[in-house]
Design a protein around this ligand. Structure first.
Ligand code: SAH
Length: 392
């Protein structure tokens, strides 16, 4: 595929996203001892160095050798948008021209970065805008870690402070299904959790899945991060429609996997996401059934107002319905906050990612085409080959 804008140092491999073992191999090839890994790691992930020149502890010769063949380049930022509510969204462009978004959601005493794991998605959840696109490809570990580096660069959070961080939490709730891209997600999270670098504790990381049941135990055992499950319905009949993955892994199997999730406890609950769709899944009987279903699981429930998008076949539940739904869950002993949507004005809220940027890209392209302009930077059809089903 043609890159729309060539990467600045396309011949040099970026070291971002390499594990410590990978870096040891790179250094061994240059005739360096393994202890250098720690120094390099510190510069990249603790100090946020963007070129080798500043890495003074490495010595001039090694710095020179590294910069001949490698870089610490991040993905390019194609667009940045700031919401009235303080959320910030970056559209990243990768070396092959594909794009994905990442969103920073600041709160009073902390901030969560919402990270994407795939370009597009295969799940086709009926209420999700990202789901109206096809999967283009999995992101690499480098591209996942790159999202965090871009956000830290933008807010200037280098070196990483011990406390009071603006980027204190990571949620894998952007585009894509992280458990369909487990290896890259795991590699990225190990880098993000490394205590001598970005040092985000596993307790501050939440991985959200639509319910890829066979992968759930590994998330608990190998990563130990918090689990969130996109439930959205209390019967298989409805969930089969809303979240088609349910046909493969029905509710009972999904909840069994949650019941035995390693590390879940009353102090570390599993989050169940439930998008409120007017007249579809928001009845009081649904709320009662949800409370019964989650019985015995250390659970909390995130009630998500539906974020509409053009042509969406659903409406958001009225506030009074949502409040009654929450009360039933609260009375049954569950914490069930109704989330306040963030970043809706920049299409950064749950389920709104990338489709918008894709549409804008297409409409810019059409405007240029109408004006008779087609050049190398704007090839005849700017869409990635696999995503040309989009009805923008
Ligand atoms: N594939 C993973 C990660 C996506 S997380 C998963 O399904 O969990 C994004 C969250 O936003 C999911 O809970 C998803 O169900 C929810 N969501 C998707 N579209 C939405 C919309 N239009 N309004 C509100 N929430 C939505």
């Amino acid at each position: 595929m043609t890159a729309m804008i060539p990467a600045p140092h396309h011949s040099r491999t970026s070291l971002i996203g390499l594990s410590r073992t990978d870096l040891a191999e790179v250094l061994a090839e240059l005739g360096e001892k393994p202890f250098r890994v720690r120094q390099l790691w510190h510069w990249i992930y603790c100090r946020g160095a963007r070129d080798f020149g500043v890495m003074t502890s490495l010595g001039r010769t090694l710095r020179g050798a590294l910069s001949e063949r490698f870089s610490v380049d991040r993905p390019a930022v194609a667009r940045e948008q700031n919401s009235r509510d303080g959320s910030r969204k970056w559209l990243l462009r990768f070396a092959d021209g594909n794009q994905a978004e990442t969103v920073l959601i600041p709160e009073e005493d902390r901030g969560a970065l919402c990270v994407s794991s795939q370009v597009g998605c295969t799940l086709t959840c009926k209420f999700c805008h990202t789901g109206t696109q096809r999967l283009v490809r999995n992101l690499t570990a480098a591209e996942i870690v790159g999202q965090m580096l871009i956000a830290k660069d933008a807010v200037g959070e280098w070196p990483t402070p011990k406390e009071d961080r603006l980027l204190s939490n990571i949620v894998l709730m952007g585009m894509g299904e992280p458990l369909f891209n487990y290896d890259a997600v795991a590699k990225a999270l190990w880098i993000i959790m490394d205590r001598e670098g970005l040092a985000v504790s596993r307790r501050r990381i939440t991985l959200s899945t639509a319910g890829v049941v066979p992968m759930i135990p590994r998330v608990g055992e190998e990563l130990g991060v918090n689990l969130a499950v996109s439930l959205h319905a209390v019967t298989d009949d409805l969930r089969d429609v809303l979240v088609p993955l349910n046909r493969k892994y029905p509710i009972a199997e999904l909840l069994d996997a949650c019941r035995s999730y390693p590390g879940a406890s009353n102090a570390r609950r599993i989050t169940f996401e439930y998008v409120l769709l007017k007249g579809v899944n928001d009845s009081l009987a649904d709320a009662r059934a949800l409370a019964r279903l989650l019985h015995g699981i250390p659970a909390k429930i995130n009630l998500i107002p539906f974020n509409a998008w053009p042509g969406a076949p659903f409406e958001n539940s009225p506030p009074a319905t949502a409040a009654r739904f929450a009360t039933i869950l609260n009375d049954a002993g569950y914490s069930a906050p109704i989330r306040v949507p963030r970043g809706r004005d920049i299409m950064a809220a749950c389920g709104q990612l990338r489709s918008a940027s894709e549409r804008e890209r297409l409409s810019r392209f059409r405007a240029r085409q109408a004006a008779g302009i087609v050049d190398d930077d704007h090839p005849a059809d700017p869409r990635p080959a696999d995503s040309r089903t989009l009805s923008a």
